[in-house]
Structure formats: structure tokens, C-alpha cells
Design a protein around this ligand. Structure first.
Ligand code: NDP
Ligand code: 2IT
Length: 454
């Protein structure tokens, strides 16, 4: 990967980031995309250089790494590494998910924490950026083992978080079950019932529509893009969605409700194709209830086809579609896949995952005039609804599903209008990567400058 930037100042800064953070390719990728985008704002925003905003923003405010020891079902101790990257608190308390996956490392959590700064800013809510997690693999673990891990994880994390300091949430491998165990442990240690995590179950402070929010929000953004840019709707469109976790399932649900036909979903072992449209109740049973593999789908729907694909399910992008929604993980859609999608007539690519599209694939899609929305804009519905959960917790009340859903929709429409207008203002019309990075940055930058040498 070539990380040069055709601007002396930005290129120098990129080189410094690489020298200071060796062996962090995902972090470099996220910073490189950001700095490249910001170039378009420099002529009209000299303060970014004068006040050294960019030098400061690429440096996390605090990085916490810790041992997580827990006892497995055989009575043996297991040792994992826990992390919390508190990247930026200029506009609000640190906020961002916890990822539990064996691939988790510092580079991945720093890229996620960095992007979270701009995503959270775009929501319009007062939330800073953070990310955390562990290389713990919940797959194949018993409920007891997951609880043992989560409790040990929180025995360290509790001292670093708080309702006005840092409010973690779910991400890959962390759902309502894990949030529940962590919440219980926090309450036990601190003796305080407060909104220190979002994505909680409804019975102890969770928000209606948080489960659905990321996938629904993604489709709300697609809906406004289709209307505003292509004068069309989801009706009759074929949709391919990668992943079959929280984001993918609720993107599938909303895309279907809006008239689209979702024909494919995946997991890390392979993908399913159902020409008649995915039957989501079957997927929910497999994934949410049984925690099983997506291959099970063809047992219930024999007319569907399962293709084993150990290559991160890249084969799913060979399926013809109008709208592609990568909702699994980073760098899952590469240049070859982008070329196949374009050859097969894709019109829109909307990221539900964080950084799922590789830089060369993004450049190709933009070159081919495919509408492309970056995750920091199109998946912001999840954290936005977490922000709404925080509001409800502080006020000690709960809003109806319809109220939260309406606010979510408003926020997604707003984000689209903001990134669209910002891209046009800096002369990069329809480049939503530039629009999202600059619009996200300017609010944070203003707050950092106002707060002085921080
Ligand atoms: P889940 O754990 O619920 O689901 C992840 C899905 O992606 C699973 O189907 C998983 O398959 C699949 N997957 C394929 N390859 C990989 C891989 N290498 N590593 C991890 N997962 C893989 O996670 P979410 O749906 O919550 O998250 C999906 C993406 O969306 C992530 O990028 C996350 O950061 C992002 N996101 C999530 C938000 C949320 O609110 N949950 C908000 C905004 C963004 P398998 O089961 O085989 O591992
Ligand atoms: O990447 C993300 O935005 C999330 N995983 C959600 C974070 C949150 O705090 O709800």
C-alpha cells in the first residue's frame, strides 16, 4: 500500500504517523484516507494547520491495554488482552463499541477509534470517539465462559469509564448478552446504576430500536441517496448484503420493507444465495437464537444455494445486484470485487461495516461514478441511537420505538445532506468520503481550538 499524499504538509504528517506507530496497517489506511480527504479543506480552513489540529487529532488522548484472565469450563485459566482507545473527547464523552474477535489488535482498534471521532461528530450528538475490545473469541464458548470473560474484562475497564467519561457499546462479537454481563459487573463494583454502556436490554435501560439502528440507518441513508441522486427507490432493486450479524440482519429487514429484494448474506465460512429473496425469520433463528452458521439456511430453504468461501466471503460480490451493502468487517470488498460488481451493474455501494472497502476499490467505484457512502456516515445510525439511549438514561425515561426510529431517520437524512453539501462546497461533488471526513472534522476541530492546548 502506497501512503504518499500529494501535499507536502499532509505527506509529512502521514510519514510521522507511520514512524510513530509501526506495524499498524489498518490505522495507516484510515489516517491516509482522512488526510487525503482533508486536503480539499485546507485552502478555506487555514486554522487546521495554524492550530496544529491534524497533528493532534491523529494522536489518541489515551490508550489502555490490560490483561484479562478468566477461567474456562475445564477449570483452566485463559489469558486475553483487553483494550480501550480513548481517541478524542473534544465534543463529548468518549463513545464507541467493544469488539470481541480473535483478530483484534492495536492497529484495528486505533483505526476504529479514529473513524469513530468523525462518525460521532456527523451524528450531531455530543459524543467523542473511542473503541475497545479484546482478542477473545466468543465463538464456540459456553455462556458461562462468555460471562467469566466479560466480568474479568469489566473488572479492569470499570475504572476508565463512566456516564460522563466514556460509554462503550457493542460491535463484532459483542451483543446484548455480553453488554448485560459487563453492565452487571460494573454495577457490582461501583455500586451505581448508570448508563455506562449502550445496547443494553430493554429491562435495564436499553433503548427501543438500538438493535435495529445500524442496519435501518444504513437503509435510510440509501433511501435518501436513491431519491435525491437517482430519482428512484428501493422498489424492485436487487440487494446483496455481506455478513449475517447485527448490522446485516437489520439492513436486510429494512431494505426488504422498503421494497428491495435481498438475495444474499454471508458469514466468515461462506454465503447463501436465495433468488426469491432472503427469508429473514430463518436467518434470525439461525444467527440470533441458535448462534449457528449461515450454511444452515439451505436446510430450511432447499431452493437456496450455499457456497463455502473461506476467503472472507469475497465470492458474494460476484452476485449481480443494484445495491451492495458490505456489513461484515474491514477490507472485505477489494478491487477485484468492485470490478465484478460494476461489470454486473451495481449502482450504489453503502458501507454498513467499518472500512469494508479497500482504498483501490473505493477509487475504482468513484471513478466509475458509482455512488459510494463510507461507513463513518452510512453506519452512524448505530452510535446515533446509542446517543439517544444515553439521553433516555440521563432523563430516566424511555421513548417509544416510533419516536426513536423517527429521530434515527432524521439523523441519517441530515448526515446525507451534510456530506453531500460539504463535498460540493469543496469542489468534490458526490465524493462522500471527502464530504464525511471534512464535515466530521470541522466540528471537532472547532471544539479543539476553543479548548486550547489539549
Ligand atoms: P456481528 O458480530 O453481529 O456480525 C459480524 C458478521 O460479519 C458475522 O456474520 C461474521 O461472520 C461476519 N464476518 C465475516 N468475516 C469476518 C471477520 N473476518 N471478522 C469478523 N466478522 C466477520 O457484528 P456487527 O454486525 O455488529 O458488525 C459488523 C460490522 O459493522 C463491523 O465492521 C462493525 O464494526 C460495524 N458496525 C457495527 C455497529 C453496531 O451497532 N453493531 C455500528 C456501526 C458499525 P462470523 O460469524 O463467521 O464471524
Ligand atoms: O462502530 C460503531 O459505530 C459501533 N460499533 C457502535 C458504537 C456505539 O457506541 O454504539
Amino acid at each position: 500500500m502506497d501512503y504518499t499524499i500529494d501535499n507536502e504538509y499532509l505527506n509529512g504528517l502521514m510519514q510521522q504517523v507511520m514512524a510513530k506507530n509501526p506495524n499498524e496497517p489498518e490505522f495507516f489506511q484510515a489516517v491516509h484516507e482522512f488526510l487525503t480527504s482533508v486536503k480539499a479543506a485546507l485552502p478555506t480552513h487555514p486554522e487546521l494547520i495554524e492550530k496544529q489540529v491534524l497533528e493532534r487529532i491523529v494522536e489518541p488522548e489515551r490508550q489502555i491495554m490490560f490483561r484479562v484472565a478468566w477461567i474456562d469450563d475445564n477449570g483452566r485459566m485463559q489469558i486475553n488482552r483487553g483494550y480501550r482507545i480513548q481517541f478524542n473527547s473534544a465534543i463529548g464523552p468518549y463513545k464507541g463499541g467493544l469488539r470481541l474477535h480473535p483478530s483484534v489488535n492495536l492497529s484495528i482498534l486505533k483505526f476504529l477509534g479514529f473513524e469513530q471521532i468523525f462518525k460521532n461528530s456527523l451524528t450531531g450528538l455530543p459524543m467523542g470517539g473511542a473503541k475497545g475490545g479484546s482478542d477473545f473469541d466468543p465463538k464456540g464458548k459456553s455462556d458461562n465462559e462468555v460471562m467469566s470473560f466479560c466480568q474479568s474484562f469489566m473488572r479492569e475497564l470499570y475504572r476508565h469509564i463512566g456516564p460522563d467519561c466514556d460509554v462503550p457499546a457493542g460491535d463484532i462479537g459483542t451483543g446484548a448478552r455480553e453488554i448485560g454481563y459487563m453492565f452487571g459487573q460494573y454495577k457490582k463494583i461501583v455500586n451505581e446504576f448508570s448508563g455506562i454502556l449502550t445496547g443494553k436490554k430493554l429491562t435495564f435501560g436499553g433503548s427501543l430500536a438500538r438493535t435495529e439502528a445500524t442496519g435501518y440507518g444504513l437503509c435510510y441513508m440509501m433511501e435518501v441517496l436513491l431519491a435525491k441522486k437517482m430519482n428512484t427507490t428501493f422498489a424492485g432493486k436487487t440487494v446483496v448484503i455481506s455478513g449475517s450479524g447485527n448490522v446485516a440482519i437489520y439492513a436486510c429487514e429494512k431494505a426488504t420493507q422498503l421494497g428491495g429484494k435481498v438475495v444474499a448474506l454471508s458469514d466468515s465460512n461462506g454465503y447463501i444465495y436465495d433468488a426469491d429473496g432472503i427469508k429473514l425469520d430463518i436467518v434470525k433463528d439461525i444467527k440470533e437464537v441458535r448462534r449457528a452458521r449461515i450454511s444452515e439456511y439451505v436446510k430450511a430453504v432447499p431452493s437456496a444455494k450455499y457456497t463455502a468461501d473461506s476467503n472472507g466471503s469475497k465470492g458474494i460480490w460476484t452476485i449481480p445486484c443494484d445495491i451492495a451493502l458490505p456489513c461484515a468487517t474491514q477490507n472485505e470488498l477489494n478491487l477485484d470485487s468492485a470490478k465484478k460488481l460494476v461489470a454486473n451493474g451495481v449502482k450504489v455501494v453503502g458501507e454498513g461495516a467499518n472500512m469494508p472497502t479497500t482504498p483501490d476499490a473505493i477509487a475504482y467505484l468513484q471513478d466509475q461514478k458509482i455512488f459510494f457512502t463510507p461507513g463513518k456516515a452510512s453506519n452512524a445510525g448505530g452510535v446515533a441511537t446509542s446517543g439517544l439511549e444515553m439521553c433516555q438514561n440521563s432523563a430516566r425515561l424511555s421513548w417509544t420505538f416510533e419516536e426513536v426510529d423517527a429521530k434515527l431517520k432524521d439523523i441519517m437524512v441530515n448526515i446525507f445532506n451534510t456530506i453531500d453539501a460539504t463535498a460540493a462546497e469543496v469542489g468534490c461533488e458526490n465524493n462522500y468520503v471527502v464530504g464525511a471526513n471534512i464535515a466530521g472534522l470541522l466540528k471537532v476541530s472547532d471544539a479543539m481550538i476553543a479548548q486550547g492546548c489539549i
